[in-house]
Ligand binder design. Sequence first.
Ligand code: ZN
Length: 132
Amino acid sequence: MEFTVETEKRLTTVDLTDRVRDAVASDIDRGLCTVFVAHTTAAVLLQEDEDRLRTDLENFFSELVPDEGHAHDELDGNADSHLRASVVGPSVTIPIENGSLAMGTWQSVLLAEFDGPRTRTVSVTTVRDGAE
Ligand code: ZN
């Protein structure tokens, strides 16, 4: 299934955990859940959803990749967004155990927006463990 997320800033993170939990089919006891974005300037990661850490993450990505000075900027001015998204990647896979996401206590599913504000589409796919 899919859902959309409205991001509010150029570089920000959005907690998707509740929406991903809701998307996991209730009849899967054990399996895998993949959260994927079909975008080149947004990404998905597992990390602690804590306000100061989210600020740290935003600062980290800003410092990791300079805002300007890239070849692709001649085309549409957002090479920094593509490069930041490349570092994180477009998906995460989470085990499903006993019918629910088997994430660590401090793990949340975060959308990383690198070229907002935009409407992003998040795809959640679950598969049952064939050996279940
Ligand atoms: Zn571009």
